[in-house]
Design a protein around this ligand. Structure first.
Ligand code: CP
Length: 304
């Protein structure tokens, strides 16, 4: 694997290999000194052209736990405000010594384009509505830790699927590992076609609330127009929100996931976000181990 741009064509073997390595990295992170020398002498370029809390900090923490140096680029305050192109920006980071690039961008395909311009591995940290592969990897790691395996699990992904790179990446990663995925959304928040998606579809959260093992909630992505295609937030909550009452009807073994950032009181009730079966913060924690595993796989190829 040269780059990590998408989960769409990843096999169960590839996914499992990264998950197994992430389990080892999780053990490293529990040591008194949570650090290994694998990427000592290497520099990870963090290119964030779009805002982020979890992904940026998680990659930074993961790079440091692998003993790499980091070089962080944010488009605000950079020479892109003077008209510098994406290509020239990426080439500049490479010339400054980045041995690996982590790219978040609002445009679909941005990480892929950069991977064609530079000679170092590129990790897609979210490109528009397209893909967010490390989010899916940390989600399947979280589920594997909880349930032992994904094979046979029922997963309902609820919310703004249309604009969600997280949903796209998860559908392919979860189904490759044997999960049975249902998308739950109003027709206006589903992609124009689902021909290539190995999923079922429902249009009311109550259709899945009592039967699903995993309820994966997504926020409405107002920045991509998601808020323009729902009649009102109260109506959205009435059909798609995980309220306290609905949480009480979920099976005792089921769990709630959310990639963050959460809009409490909309897709998830305030208290449910911190309830016993909410794995939201476990997802965040597992993100560090997964990103260590991915960076080791891509940039640690010449290690002993
Ligand atoms: N889940 C996720 O990508 O969060 P951030 O946008 O905060 O990185």
């Amino acid at each position: 694997m040269r780059h990590l741009l998408s989960t769409e064509h990843m096999t169960a073997t590839e996914l499992t290999w990264i998950l197994n390595m992430a389990d080892e990295m999780a053990e490293v992170l529990e040591r008194p000194i949570p650090k290994v020398p694998t990427l000592r002498g290497k520099t990870v370029g963090l290119l964030f052209f779009e805002n982020s809390t979890r992904t940026r900090l998680s990659f930074e923490r993961a790079a440091k736990a692998l003993s790499a140096d980091t070089m962080t680029f944010g488009s605000q305050g950079s020479s892109m405000t003077k008209g510098e192109s994406l290509r020239d920006t990426a080439l500049t980071l490479e010339a400054l010594g980045a041995d690996l690039m982590v790219v978040r961008h609002h445009a679909v395909g941005a990480a892929h384009r950069i991977s064609e311009w530079v000679d170092v591995p590129v990790i897609n940290a979210g490109d528009g509505t397209n893909q967010h592969p490390t989010q899916a990897l940390l989600d399947v790691l979280t589920l594997r830790k909880r349930f032992g395996k994904l094979d046979g699990l029922t997963v309902a992904i609820v919310g703004d699927i249309r604009h969600s790179r997280v949903a796209r990446s998860n559908v392919f990663a979860m189904t490759a590992l044997g999960a049975d995925v249902t998308l739950v959304a109003p027709p206006t928040l589903l992609p124009p076609t689902l021909d290539e998606w190995p999923v079922r579809v429902a249009h009311h959260i109550d259709d899945v609330i009592e039967s699903t093992d995993v309820l994966y909630l997504l926020r409405i992505q107002a920045e991509r127009g998601g808020d323009q295609v729902v009649p009102s937030l109260p109506e959205y909550v009435s059909r798609f929100g995980l309220t306290d009452e609905r949480y009480a009807r979920m099976s005792g073994d089921s769990v709630v996931l959310h990639p963050g950032p959460m809009n409490r009181g909309v897709e998830i009730a305030h208290g449910v976000a911190e309830a016993d079966r909410s794995l939201v913060l476990s997802q965040v924690r597992n993100g560090v181990a997964v990103r260590m595993a991915v960076m080791m796989t891509l940039a640690g190829a010449d290690r002993d």
